[in-house]
Each structure stands twice: as C-alpha cells, then as structure tokens.
Design a binder for this molecule. Sequence first.
Ligand code: PLP
Length: 475
Amino acid sequence: MNQLTNKTFRKAAHELVDWMADYIENVEQYPVKSQVKPKEIYNQIPENPPTESEEVAAIFEDFKNIILPGITHWQSPNFYAYFPANSSYPSLLAEMLMSTLAAQCMIWDTSPAAAELEEKTMNWLKQMMTLPNDWQGVIQDTASTASLAALLTAREKLSDYQVNQEGFENTPKYRVYCSTQTHSSIDKAVKIAGLGIENLVKIAVNDDCTINVKALETAIQDDIKNGFQPLFVMLALGTTSTIAIDNVRPVGEICQKYNIWLHLDAAYAGSALILPEYRDMIDGIELADSFVFNPHKWLFTNFDCSAYFVKDADALIHTFSVLPEYLKTKTRGQVNDYRDWGIPLGRRFRALKLWFVIRNFGVEGLREKLRFHIDLAKAFEAKVVENTNFETVYPRSLNGVFFRFKPEGIEDLDTLNQLNEKLLLLLNESGKMYLSHTKINGVYFIRIIIAQTNVTREHIDNTWLEICRVAESLG
Ligand code: PLP
C-alpha cells in the first residue's frame, strides 16, 4: 500500500525536513539559473497519469532528478536578478503550519484567528513603516492584484458605484496616469478594469527616472479640456528598472486639486520604510489613497504576501462586497470578512508567516538585514566606479546597482549593448550567479539587486571578481 498514512507521512515528512535544511545549506552547489532547454522537463514526465498509487520515495526521487534541474534557485545568495522572492527560516516554518492547517480563510467565521492576525500584523506593519494610522491594511496575493483593487475602488468611488451597477454607459471617459517607468501591472489593471489601454497616459520621466510632475499636471489639464475625466495616478516608489522613487507630495497636491485617486506602488522598495532614514520616501503620503508593498520581495516572507493599505476601507469593501445566502454570518459587521477586501473569495492564511517573520527577526533584526544589504550595494557600486572598464548607468538606489561594461575606447551604443548582452548571457549560463538587465533610452545595462536573505560580503566580492573575469575574456 503506497498511499500515505499518518505513520508513513510522519516518516516521510521528517526526511523531507532534513532535505529542506540540507538544500538551504547547500543551495550554492546548484546553478543559480536553471540550465535546461525548453520541453526538457516536460518530455521526462509520462504522457499519462499513473493508474496505481506510487510510493512517495519514488516521487521524491523524480523530484530530485527531473524537477530540480528545472528550478532556478531564488534562495541562492548569488541570486541578484529582477527583485528577489525571499524566504527565511521562520517564514518556512509558518508555511509548513499553514499547509498543515490548510484553512481557507475567506471570512472571519471560517478561521477567526486568520482574520484577527491579519488585522494585527497589518497594524504592526503600519507602525513599523509609519504609514498613516487611520489607514487599514489587507493582505493580497501580489502587488498586481492590490493595484487592480485600488483602480477598481477608485473607479467605483468616482462613479458613485455606477459602473458596478450599470456598466460604463453613463460614465465619462476615465483616464489613468503613470510614468513611462511604472511597472506594467498598471497596464494589465487598466485592461481588466475595462477602461481601455488607450486611456492609460504614460508621463515622461526626469533624468533620474522619476515622474515629471509638471508634465503630469499638463496632461491632466489637457485631458480635462478634451472632455476626459482623470481618475487615477499610480506612482512608483521604486521603479522596476532602477528603483527610482517618485515624489509623492507634489503629485499628491495635484491629485487633491483634481480629485484623483493616488496609488503608491512600493512593491519592492516599500520594505525600506522600516528604516527611519528612508521615511522621506513617503513624505506626503497623507495626500494619497492607497499604498502597496510586497513583504515577499524584501522582507523575508515567502511568496506570496503583498500588503495593501487603503485610506477609505469602506470604499474598498463597497466595491467588492457581494452577499450570497451561504456566506451570511451572525458576525457580519463586527469583524473583518476579508473576502470583501479584494478579488478572490478563497484566502490563504498568509498573516501567519508575516507574524513568524516579524517576531523571529524582531524589527531591529529586519532593519539590520536591510541596512547590511544597502551597505553591500554601496561596496559593489564603489568597485564599479573604481574600474575604468565599467560604469554605473544610473545612481545606486537602496541595494540596487545599475551598471555596464564599457571598455576604454568603445563608445558605439550598439557595440556596447551587444557586449553587455553577451556578458550577461555568459554570467547567467555559468550558473555562478543570476543577474538581469533592462534598457532605458536605448542603453542596455545590467541590474544587480543585493537583497537575498543569506548574501554575504564574500558573495559580493566573488561575484564582482567573476564579472570582471568574464568581461575581460570578451576583450
Ligand atoms: N510593482 C513593481 C514596482 C514591481 O517591480 C513589480 C514586480 O517586480 C510589481 C509591481 C508586480 O509585483 P507582483 O508580482 O507582486 O504582482
């Protein structure tokens, strides 16, 4: 009999926990970026599902032999690509408990502790980050979902909930604004919200990649003149390409003047708000309507966990709430039923991992890690600046450095772009690190985000030496 029983589950689970601890200890032995070719994994998996029960030991062997080679090791300290999806020991433990309870926490009644811990941990985050005290927080799966929720709420609030009721027939043409550097989740949200992608106005950026505030106001005024209705502005507190931080206060003042919802997308950089020295980033937040950041990026909480805060929680609830008979409870109105605070009905118990992380690190422990990452990025930046064959393309922001290989004597843009593309490919193919790139104004450059939970100074020193060695081999 291969199907697990409580007894055999216990044994298998102990073995897996040992494997998990070994994996974390030895993660650097794997190539950081998976080296497989398309369909290599797919073709190793049988066409047909098994008719008979298979032993867990056999499944686990296949996991090691077939699946693992197709995994990119996001928890490797040499993972510097995109933004991280960090994990940590306390977060992992909480994930194990969550999986064991397997509670579906759609309403307070279906697990009061999940709802109440969510409310409390969101309040803790609010305190830790000095977000406005009267805002309310809710955990969403991703920042994309939170920004969509913000846009839908703005649409409903401005239309007096008429779009939900009647559709768009009697509404003006709404307009949404963001900079050319804002994350593409806003494009998706505008499409889903039924506003039409042509009504997403992308505003030019300044040299530092922050939104040009004057151009934003001009675009809003032009739209009003042309009969459009400005609805929503999304600012980036940390753009994806270069972690540029838009200026909240002047945009907040514009949004107040024209009655526009202001949403702050701090998906990555928001974590830095636990550091008092970075609080300037939200100067003017009282003029905004909503804010999102991802503890699953740079706060050591397993993906997925996105913290969304909103000034007018009633508007959020009014936008999303529906009440079929089977979900009616006696506690409604006295408690938070988070199914009303976003898109899905079903909800995981995500607050548990946040609770484990905040308690086990302590706020000071979290601060220490973040400051260490920023220090490592400063050290890396200094190495780039010192080397005459490299240059920083944009200034370091927090723990991100944006650089390219620029051997002395080579000025041609296409040649430099190709050279850097080649360099990145070789570095990532080596399996020793994983970096990613971006392109702004035609310039291709490499991003290094130093944020992995267990990264050390030695990793950064070795990474830099390897980058120099491979670059030299390219001449
Ligand atoms: N906003 C910014 C600035 C991002 O960099 C990203 C992803 O990296 C997102 C939003 C989307 O995040 P999520 O995957 O949580 O939807």
